[in-house]
Design a protein around this ligand. Structure first.
Ligand code: MG
Length: 160
């Protein structure tokens, strides 16, 4: 069994008038993430980590932002699609680790729901998904509350 690892990163701008969804979980906040889809940076980072681990390109190739089908898309559906690609290419998902970078809101209480949501979309155990969060100590665009970013790593195993 061959192990492979992938990394993913994403950042979206925070703006009034849209919902905040992270890890597939709606989070009460006065602003949401702008984007062609629902702007779920965490799921987008995980998709890129998975695609990277398997050498299957990136989220922009799989779900082009010029494609109207993905306008306002639920990123959980996009993640399910990426996981299906990974499986079809002969890989089994080992585990996911991730960081969310956000000055506000406080996200700790939402971690269990995020892990459950991600695990369900990937068809793996919740124990194999980890979510952490950090502030940027007031520095940069995340620190000033203009954006939320996320990074993820994915371990996969090749069947052969
Ligand atoms: Mg994105």
């Amino acid at each position: 069994m061959r192990a492979r690892i992938g990394i993913g990163y994403d950042v979206h701008r925070l703006a009034p008038g849209s919902r905040l969804v992270l890890g597939g979980v709606p989070i009460p906040f006065d602003r949401g993430l702008e984007g062609h889809s629902d702007g779920d940076v965490l799921l987008h980072a995980i998709i890129d980590a998975l695609l990277g681990a398997c050498g299957l390109g990136n989220i922009g190739e799989l779900y082009p932002d010029t494609d109207r089908r993905y306008r306002g898309a639920d990123s959980r559906r996009l993640l399910e699609g990426a996981a299906a690609r990974v499986r079809n290419a002969g890989y089994r998902i080992g585990n996911i680790d991730s960081n969310i970078f956000a000055e506000r809101p406080r996200l700790l209480d939402y971690f269990p729901a995020m892990k459950a949501s991600i695990a369900e979309a990937l068809e793996i155990a919740a124990a194999d998904v980890h979510v952490k969060a950090k502030t940027m100590e007031g520095l940069d665009a995340v620190g000033s509350g203009e954006a939320i970013a996320a990074q993820a790593v994915a371990l996969v195993f090749a069947d052969s």
